[in-house]
Design a protein around this ligand. Structure first.
Ligand SMILES: [Zn+2]
Length: 314
């Protein structure tokens, strides 16, 4: 090695370090190469070396969407230029496409949708991402291969993303249309089974059953679907009570469990009424306790009073 390394030497050094798995070292070499090229003015060499150093930023244990975005932007000026990255040489545009998909994946998974609209949007993005990976076929993804040392075929990522998409679409429609939500979860179950995720498939199956279940409200007689969403069970004494016996009619109570089904408006009306009564009762008890404390304080005398609160503490 000459005493003063040229930018090209530094590029070579970076790639050697990369091959040994020394990513921080590789990043330093690529950055030095970029600085060296820059001294001769911003040119393709500096952009090339800088892009490699930014790619090394993905070696951290959990790169964020922002880290991937930085890679996308650093690769943009390189167009179709072939990039030597560890054991492989690939077109900059191809690596950029990969980084862009991984950025989208991190971005969606980091978002926490809480409204039907947000669930719908997340579902649509996951579906698009799944299709994009499927279109890449068996092409090996370079970034996971480089940093996680595993061979991941692009299309192998598609089913899990499709499953997550169906779950999001299910959440989006669960209140308005629980039967549709059940269908989405049925699809999710099939995708999870395809990738051998038995526990997630089972969870989806349970949602299918809950969302798809329809009953008749004991109180108002409305037919509703979606257990835990649009109707709930209320404990009640229905033993021996004549329930509707029409053929094909939906159940309005559990024949064994001593519960009746209440649609959301009826159920919440019962709950609020009970809550009001409970608060009123609590207030009455508080008044009685305060009266009792007052009488105890007056009997305890000046010395004993300090140990007795004047009102019931909250
Ligand atoms: Zn009702």
């Amino acid at each position: 090695m000459p005493l003063f390394k040229t930018p090209d030497d530094l590029l070579q050094e970076g790639n050697d370090r990369l091959l040994r798995g020394d990513f921080p070292g590789a990043q330093r070499s690529f950055q030095s190469a970029s600085d060296g090229f820059s001294k001769k003015g911003i040119g393709p060499g500096a952009q090339y070396a800088r892009a490699l150093s930014v790619v090394m930023g993905l070696s951290s244990p959990n790169p964020s969407a922002g880290d991937y975005q930085a890679v996308v932007e650093a690769l943009l000026p390189l167009g179709e230029l072939p990039i030597k990255l560890g054991p492989r040489t690939i077109a900059a545009s191809q690596l950029r496409h990969e980084a862009d998909l991984l950025r989208e994946e991190r971005s969606i998974l980091a978002s926490a949708p809480s409204t039907p609209e947000a669930h719908q949007a997340a579902g649509a993005r996951l579906q698009a991402l799944s299709v994009a990976y499927r279109q890449m076929g068996n092409q090996v993804l370079h970034l996971p291969e480089l940093f996680q040392r595993g061979t991941v075929a692009a299309s192998s990522k598609a089913p899990a993303l499709a499953a997550l998409a169906e779950e999001e679409l299910g959440e989006a429609s669960v209140v308005q249309d629980p039967k549709r939500a059940a269908e989405h979860n049925q699809n999710a179950r099939n995708w999870w089974l395809q990738v051998g995720e038995a526990a997630r498939a089972q969870a989806a199956t349970e949602r299918v059953q809950r969302y798809g279940r329809a009953v008749k409200c004991w109180f108002c007689g409305r037919e509703v679907a979606g257990e835990g969403i649009n109707f709930r069970q209320l404990p009640s004494d229905v033993t021996g009570f004549p329930a509707s016996q029409e053929a094909g009619a939906l159940a309005e109570c559990d024949p064994q469990g001593g519960v009746v089904y209440a649609c959301r408006p009826c159920g919440s009306a019962v709950e609020r009424l009970a809550d009001e009564k409970a608060q009123l009762r609590a207030k009455e008890i508080e008044l009685r306790v305060n009266k009792m404390l007052e009488s105890m304080r007056s009997k305890a005398g000046p010395m004993g009073q300090q140990w007795i609160p004047s009102t019931l503490p909250p």
